[in-house]
Design a protein around this ligand. Structure first.
Ligand code: IPM
Ligand code: MG
Length: 358
């Protein structure tokens, strides 16, 4: 048998601890089932690392991530650390991990669990059957561009950030997006602001060039303002959306909300040697430690880990269908509860999912 996969486990802050410990139970059950050995090791990132060491991404945590095969992360941040300087806020842990692990591609699937169609703020007839993959460039653009900072000039201050992309940065994310679309409905929509921004003009040109390598995929382009409108007008028109770091941050939240609960959606950040998997929701400090959080997004993130880091697509599908059945059977955490369903806590929800997996 192959040697064990090493998994760095970063619970982070707030509900992160509860949801990650539950998702690790699923990780263990599925790896036993498929005869995969996994070794997990925990470390601090985010606010909990700030409290312990004064910085959000301690050297030891980063090192652990780099020598692991995959990272499972809960969530970082909370009001406690909000006043800190940008350079040591909890969020820096995420940005640092993305950068240091070379995770240039962020996959954020927005799929509707049909049992939850009525939890969406949009009509069932608009959202039924949506299955969108948002692919967000994750290590470039305005998040990392230089110059950046706040400077004093002419008796006032000036805040600066730079939106910048090179040909090779666009090529690699475009290739990944075309490949992903090729395995789905073969429709790729690249989203930019090419009517105003030069970085988008280049983005569009390079995506068109890369398209020549993937002619089985239908490519379209859309301006980001139009895309945000189209997502709520007719979300089913989208299969794969490819976009830059900033637009992807915004559009992936919008796409997520179509499905009714942000507590349901997983994510994968890939592109380097070590993939990172995390729910797309935040640390929800208001309900932390109360066994109220929805563990499903983190459990589905474990599914994505099996698929994208260990090449075990079937394990991912199995987790997804177990979650589907549990929802069909009426079990709900508080965030997705509606009258007539069965309200359960974080641990109980995981028990029921594990039951389905058995
Ligand atoms: C996300 C988050 C992060 C981002 C923050 C917490 C730095 O909003 O993963 O979407 O902006 O990338
Ligand atoms: Mg975001």
């Amino acid at each position: 048998m192959a040697s064990a996969y090493k998994i760095a486990v970063f619970p982070g802050d707030g509900i992160g601890k509860e949801i990650v410990s539950q998702a690790v139970r699923v990780l263990q059950v599925i790896s036993n089932k498929y005869n995969i050995r996994v070794e997990t090791q925990e470390a601090l990132v985010g606010g909990s690392a700030i409290d312990a060491f004064g910085i959000p991404l301690p050297e030891d945590s980063l090192h652990l991530a780099m020598v692991s095969d995959a990272v499972l992360l809960g969530a970082v941040g909370g009001p406690k650390w909000e006043g800190l300087d940008y350079s040591i806020r909890p969020e820096r842990a995420l940005l640092g991990l993305r950068e240091k692990l070379g995770l240039f591609a962020n996959l954020r699937p927005a799929r509707l669990f049909s049992a939850l169609a009525d939890a969406s703020t949009l009509k069932r007839s608009v959202i039924e059957g949506i299955d969108i993959m948002v692919i967000r460039e994750l290590t470039g653009g305005i998040y990392f561009g230089r110059p950046r900072g706040i400077e004093k000039i002419d008796g006032q201050e000036r805040g600066i950030n730079t939106e910048v992309y090179t040909t090779s940065e666009i090529e690699r994310i475009a290739r990944l997006a075309f490949q992903m679309a090729g395995g789905r409905q073969k429709r790729l929509c690249s989203v930019d602001k090419a009517n105003v921004l030069e970085s988008s003009e280049l983005w569009r040109r390079v995506v068109n060039t890369v398209h020549k390598e993937y002619e089985d995929v239908t490519l379209s382009h859309m301006y980001v303002d139009n895309c945000s409108m189209q997502l709520i007008r007719d979300p089913r028109q989208f299969d794969v959306i490819l976009t830059n770091n900033m637009f992807g941050d915004i559009l992936s939240d919008e796409a997520a909300m179509l499905t009714g609960s942000i507590g349901m959606l997983p994510s994968a950040s890939i592109g380097g040697d070590v993939g990172m998997y995390e729910p797309i929701h935040g640390s929800a400090p208001d309900i932390a430690g109360q066994d109220k959080a929805n563990p499903i997004a983190t459990i589905l993130s474990v599914g994505m880990m099996f698929k994208y880091s260990f090449g075990l697509d079937i394990a991912c599908e199995e987790i997804e269908s177990a979650v589907n059945r549990v929802l069909d059977n009426g079990y709900r955490t508080r965030d997705i509860y509606s009258p007539g369903n069965k309200l359960v806590g974080t641990r109980k929800m995981t028990d029921i999912i594990l039951n389905e997996l058995a």
